[in-house]
Each structure stands twice: as structure tokens, then as C-alpha cells.
Design a protein around this ligand. Structure first.
Ligand code: PHE
Length: 341
């Protein structure tokens, strides 16, 4: 058992302990050197065969080696545990520097936005807002508006009837609210009526449910020029100050004379395109002077008062304002569409 041999064993043990990566391997080394059948135990056992004069010295060296290797193992054990705890902590830790999941803010539907815009313009011009039921009677939707049973003009509205015995239907326009308000209030009446209306229609420009804004002004002196002026101001504000405006003669049973109002095509600026069917003009609303028969039906005296009325489709205005080519997009509730407005 030469001194060199012992030094070599010591060095080998230290090197191996330093290189060890986990507790299992460390335990194996511990057994290899310090176990019951371990190298050092064997060496200590062989001490009795060492020459008397060297025994004390070799014994001392061996004991020192045992202690040294023991403490190397202990240190290494602590180190391995430390690394393991560190790794575990890292693995289980929460990265608080990550930004949180954004909470999407809701917003108003584009139709509601345009509706609000339309209302604002008329409210500033002195109109009050009125509302009425969506399930109407035949009387308010047609008869009081100068369309008796079998009147051919009823064909202008593809009506959804609810109960023919009770004469109930889904209102086809907001005009019945004209009657309901005038029945209750005496003139002057100056209202707009925003609301849902229903028709038996479905294609890229017609939906079975859509929105209208009705307008009505009845007073002692209301002229067609007032109607033209009010609608021109409205159209310039909702579209553009340079939008072209055209009044065309038309027919509605509840107005006389009646007009349809066109604006110059917002897509091609009046040059003619697919949207305006090459005409450069787009129909945007119906209007006219309130038919004296309607005034009579609500108990007003047509000799004393006169008025104008108009009605417009909100989806149509929104489509032209935003360049949307299919009305159905409004009601499919696809967030990719709705979020754009
Ligand atoms: N109620 C008509 C429609 O829905 C529009 C309109 C309203 C026309 C008022 C004239 C006056 O088509």
C-alpha cells in the first residue's frame, strides 16, 4: 500500500465525485469508497498486514482520506440538491412579466351607430323621438295610411301576417307610428321614429328584418321646400357636404305629392357603376306631403294643418357609408365583420 497508490485513489475518488451529476451516481460512489465492502474499508481492514513501523502513519492517512471523501460526498450531495430545488422552483414558477390576456371592449353594432348618427342630426333640428309596436294591426300599418283592404298599393310591402282574424302583422314600415302619435297629440307634431320593420324579402340588399327612421312634421305652415331643405341638410351631414341630391316624383298612398330622393352614387361619385346600375344615382328614401286623408283619419283638420313625412332604411345608409355590399353581413354576427366599425 504505497503512498503513491493512496494518493492516486484519493485523486480518483475526488475526480469522480466532482463529475457526478445525480444522487444515484453519488450513492454508488459512496458505496464504492466508503461502503462495507468499499475501497477504504478494505484498505483499513488490510492495515493489520502493514509493517508495524508504518501502520500508524498509513492508518492516519487512511482515516484522513475517509473523512475527506466523506465530506466531499456530503458537499456534493448538498450541491446536487440545491440544483434540483433550483430547477424545480424555476419549473413551477409563474412568469409574472407576461402581459395579461386583453379583455376585449364591446362596442355598438354598426346599425346602432348609424341609427344614433341619424337621430342626432334630426334631434338637433328640433325633432322628438317617438316609438311604436313592432306587432301592428292592419288598421295602423295600412288602413289609416290610406290603404284600405284590397288596395293594390299594399303590394308595395311584402307583408308578414301574424293572425289574419285579428288583423295583426309585423309592421312593414315605421309609418304606422305617424298615426299613433297624431291620434294622441294635437299639432304641431315634429317627430322621428327609429325602429325595426319586417318584410317577406331576402337577398343581398333585402333582409326580412331591417331598420327605418320615419320623419313627420305637421304644423300650420309646412311646405315642400321645408321638406327639401331638411332632407338636404340631413343627407349632406350623413354622407358628404358635396353629395348630389335629386327629388323624383313617386307615389305613396299616405303622401301627396310623393317623392323618392336619390343621392349621387357614393361609390363612383356619379359616373355610373355596378352599385348604381350605371345611373350615377342611388335611391335613399321616400317622402312627400302628408295626404289630407291621413290627417282626417287622426282627427286633424286638413284645412288648418299641413305636413310632410319621410322614411329611410338604415341598413341602406350604413351600406353606402361603409362600402358594404351585402345586407346579410349585418345580421350574421361575425366578429371579424363587426369589429371593423
Ligand atoms: N313608409 C315608406 C316605406 O316604407 C316610406 C315613406 C315614409 C314614404 C314616409 C313617404 C313618407 O317605403
Amino acid at each position: 500500500m504505497s503512498k503513491n497508490e493512496l494518493t492516486r485513489i484519493k485523486k480518483e475518488a475526488r475526480d469522480q465525485i466532482i463529475q457526478v451529476k445525480n444522487i444515484k451516481e453519488l450513492d454508488e460512489l459512496k458505496i464504492k469508497y466508503l461502503g462495507k465492502k468499499g475501497i477504504l474499508t478494505q484498505l483499513l481492514r488490510g492495515l493489520k498486514d502493514v509493517a508495524q513501523e508504518e501502520r500508524a502513519q498509513v492508518g492516519k492517512t487512511l482515516n484522513e482520506m475517509k473523512e475527506e471523501i466523506g465530506s466531499l460526498v456530503k458537499d456534493k450531495e448538498a450541491k446536487i440538491q440545491e440544483v434540483a430545488i433550483g430547477a424545480k422552483l424555476k419549473e413551477e414558477s409563474i412568469d409574472i412579466t407576461l402581459p395579461g390576456k386583453p379583455l376585449g371592449l364591446g362596442k355598438l353594432h354598426i346599425i346602432t351607430q348609424v341609427m344614433e348618427e341619424i337621430k342626432d342630426i334630426f334631434i338637433k333640428m328640433g325633432f322628438a323621438v317617438a316609438e311604436g309596436p313592432e306587432v301592428e294591426t292592419d288598421y295602423y300599418n295600412f288602413e289609416a295610411l290610406n290603404m284600405e283592404q284590397e288596395h293594390p298599393a299594399r303590394d308595395m310591402w311584402s307583408t308578414l301576417y301574424i293572425d289574419s282574424k285579428n288583423n295583426t302583422l309585423l309592421r312593414t314600415h315605421t309609418s304606422p307610428v305617424q298615426i299613433r302619435v297624431m291620434e294622441k297629440e294635437s299639432p304641431p307634431v315634429r317627430i322621428i321614429v327609429p325602429g325595426k320593420v319586417y318584410r317577406h324579402d331576402l337577398d343581398i340588399s333585402h333582409a326580412p328584418m331591417f331598420h327605418q327612421v320615419e320623419g313627420l312634421w305637421v304644423d300650420k305652415e309646412v311646405t315642400f321646400s321645408d321638406l327639401k331643405g331638411t332632407l338636404s341638410i340631413f343627407l349632406k351631414q350623413i354622407f358628404a357636404s358635396d353629395v348630389g341630391i335629386r327629388f323624383r316624383p313617386s307615389f305613396f298612398p299616405f303622401t301627396e305629392p310623393s317623392a323618392e330622393v336619390d343621392i349621387s352614387c357614393v361609390i363612383c361619385k356619379g359616373k355610373g357603376c355596378r352599385v348604381c346600375k350605371g345611373t350615377g344615382w342611388i335611391e335613399i328614401l321616400g317622402a312627400g306631403m302628408v295626404n289630407p286623408r291621413v290627417l282626417k283619419n287622426v282627427g286633424y283638420n286638413p284645412e288648418e294643418v299641413i305636413g310632410y313625412a319621410f322614411g329611410m332604411g338604415v341598413e341602406r345608409i350604413a351600406m353606402l357609408k361603409c362600402g358594404i355590399d351585402d345586407i346579410r353581413l349585418f345580421f350574421e354576427n361575425d366578429l371579424r365583420f363587426l369589429k371593423q366599425f
